[in-house]
Design a protein around this ligand. Structure first.
Ligand code: THU
Length: 134
């Protein structure tokens, strides 16, 4: 399993942020997820006039990778406004936990970065084990 370079992953997220479709909130977000093999998939937030249909950058990156058959992930980076870290929302934490419970979350404020374990950001998570017997 290859290691990943947090700064490279942040760079990819920053590039993806340029494509954000955020005309309702003007809050532009970019994300990049790296597989165990070192392949990177990026995403940006995509907003809808029916606001609740909006998709976060993290879920765009994750679903792009999943829909290409990728199964194992090392890290996901998130970039939003310069000067502020943007932690993933609750919905993204859940979907990420379902498919990548051991992933690192790399937050950048445009200057510094911080790395968290998703497990620490979503303690006592709901998952398969809670569904019980079919
Ligand atoms: N957003 C993301 O893309 N990721 C996050 O982690 C937080 C929020 C988006 C959703 C919406 O388009 C805008 O930011 C404001 O909430």
């Amino acid at each position: 399993m290859k290691e990943y370079n947090p700064e490279e992953l942040i760079k990819a997220a920053r590039k993806a942020r340029n494509f954000a479709r955020a005309k309702y909130s003007n809050f532009r977000v970019g994300a990049a997820i790296i597989t165990d093999e070192g392949e990177v998939f990026t995403g940006c937030n995509i907003e809808s006039s029916s606001y609740s249909m909006t998709i976060c950058a993290e879920r765009v990156a994750l679903t792009k990778a999943l829909s290409e058959g990728k199964e194992r992930f090392k890290a996901l980076s998130i970039v939003a406004k310069d000067g502020a870290f943007c932690p993933p929302c609750g919905a993204c934490r859940q979907l990420l936990f379902d498919y990548a419970p051991d992933i690192d979350i790399v937050l950048s404020d445009g200057n510094d970065y911080q790395i968290f374990k998703l497990r620490d950001l979503l303690p006592h998570a709901f998952d398969d084990s809670n569904l019980g017997e079919k």
